[in-house]
Design a protein around this ligand. Structure first.
Ligand SMILES: *Cc1c(COP(=O)(O)O)cnc(C)c1O
Length: 462
């Protein structure tokens, strides 16, 4: 069976996996989703993570890539993780668990998908004799994960925009200390939103898109959602020996991570509840309460990777909740863009509420939660993970394990941890001299022209 990918907006042609991987966003502005959602394959709790991953993802990629090549790429992707389980579970007591997604090279959960998607992209371009330039805008974690996944690849380069002076020292150095000819870091004189606008302007200009062969690895890329399905499955296998229901609580920004949990459930994983945990930027929590999508302006928080008002991947869930009615969805999105708010049809809301739950944690709750977990268990958690464990406290149900996703290592966010606990967490040994390493970056004005000038420098280098 070969799965076809459909655009949520219904105008772009269906694609097979490899084309959706290279295309990123559909040409009608929609997001690609699998037409058929395959059922979970035969699995065994004793299987290593990479084997579970290969089996779970195979039906989504079949027809686009050779099976032995795919298995080898999955194996290599997860060999760089600093734990034999790749995404290990930690028991917090009272039926609550942490699923630690921070064991990859850049200490955040973005690695789980990008360590595979980077090489997949490079492989597919090589097969076609093509080259591409990944254009990425980052508020911190995506940039370093993309750079680690793409450095020194043959067929793909990466131009990574970050807002100058607005990412943490650790986050910036994780990006700028990678010395590779195919990577260029650009510090843009503007905010993260400015960087995202520059990226959209580049992608919306078809001349620019084809001059550079632009590709995207942000979470609108289906391959990332696919790779994240695996750890929901592996957690369930390890915890319940492949029996009984399980719930997950997910610190949420762009809705990519928790959406992967929803796909795992559609594949047959017995997920009882998927809990969407937001910080003070709580557009999704308010949606679950009111049935309205209403964007406010973004307020900086202690969990910056969740400071988002428009969660792009939510479009995929709306499309499914509305029985894939693209016309209705396009109208709804247009009203949302125009008015900043929109009423979602009651039946869609009801369907979504039957599978999801939501809650929020403001900055005070985050600090109190980091302190509580440390006092009780001697464990240091990061401010994103704290949003999830805070929300999970009031959602526990007897007999159903609650798994909170730990999305970053606390050493990435030392200031927040210090405010809560009075000390700064240590970086892992392999990054201990990170802050002393030499940086490679250029600066650019907040204009498409100056960013494209840097893109041409990158083209000239490789
Ligand atoms: C990206 C990120 C999130 C949010 O994940 P989404 O898939 O965007 O919902 C949460 N925590 C950390 C540490 C992240 O880097």
């Amino acid at each position: 069976m070969t799965v076809q990918y459909l655009s949520t907006r219904g105008e772009a042609p269906p694609l097979e996996f490899a084309d959706a991987l290279l295309g990123g966003l559909a040409t009608d502005g929609g997001l690609y989703c699998p037409e058929q959602i395959p059922h979970l394959p035969e699995l065994d709790p004793a299987m290593p993570y990479a084997e579970i991953a290969t089996r779970v993802m195979w039906p989504f990629v079949e027809g686009s890539i050779d099976s032995a090549v795919f298995a080898k790429m999955v194996d290599q992707a997860y060999s760089r993780f600093r734990h034999a389980d790749v995404c290990p579970l930690v028991d917090l007591g009272n039926g609550t668990h942490l699923l630690d997604l921070s064991k990859g090279p850049t200490l955040a959960f973005k690695d789980v998908a990008l360590q595979l998607v980077g090489p997949l992209l490079d492989h597919e371009l090589g097969e076609r004799g093509q080259r591409a330039m990944v254009l990425a805008a980052t508020s911190g974690d995506t940039g370093s994960a993309a750079i680690e996944a793409l450095a020194n690849k043959q067929n793909v380069s990466a131009l990574v925009l970050h807002p100058r002076g607005r990412v943490s020292d650790v986050q910036r150095k994780q990006m700028t200390t990678v010395d590779a000819a195919n990577i260029l870091n650009v510090a843009v004189d503007g905010t993260f939103d400015d960087c995202q606008d520059l990226l959209k302007a580049a992608f919306n200009d078809s001349a620019v898109r084809s001059e550079f062969g632009l590709a995207a690895v942000n979470s609108i890329n289906w391959a990332r959602v696919m790779a994240q399905i695996v750890y929901y499955v592996s957690a369930w296998l390890r915890l319940n020996d492949g029996a009984g229901p399980i719930s997950f609580c997910v610190p949420t920004g762009n809705f990519g991570n928790v959406l992967s949990g929803w796909y795992a459930k559609q594949m047959g994983l017995p997920i009882h509840r998927l809990v969407v945990a937001s910080n003070r930027n709580d557009v999704l929590t308010r949606f679950f309460e009111t049935g309205r999508l209403e964007a406010h302006s973004v307020v900086p928080s202690l969990s910056p990777s969740m400071d988002i008002q428009i969660s792009s991947n939510f479009e995929r869930l709306l499309w499914e909740a509305g029985d894939r009615d693209s016309e209705e969805l396009v109208g709804l999105l247009a009203r949302f863009r125009q008015n900043g708010s929109v009423e979602v049809p009651a039946q869609w809301v009801q369907r979504i509420r039957s599978e999801f739950d939501a809650g929020r944690a403001d900055d005070d709750a985050i600090l109190a939660e980091i302190a509580r977990v440390h006092d009780r268990l001697g464990l240091v958690i990061d401010p994103h993970t704290a949003v999830a464990t805070h929300v999970a406290k009031s959602r526990a149900e007897d007999g159903v394990p609650m798994v909170c996703l730990a999305t970053a290592d606390p050493a990435k966010f030392p200031d927040a941890v210090e405010s809560a606990l009075g000390f700064r967490p240590q970086l892992p040994a392999f990054l201990s001299e990170l802050l002393e390493r030499r940086e490679y970056l250029v600066e650019a004005k907040n204009t498409l022209e100056s960013v494209l000038a840097e893109a041409r420098v990158l083209v000239g280098r490789i």
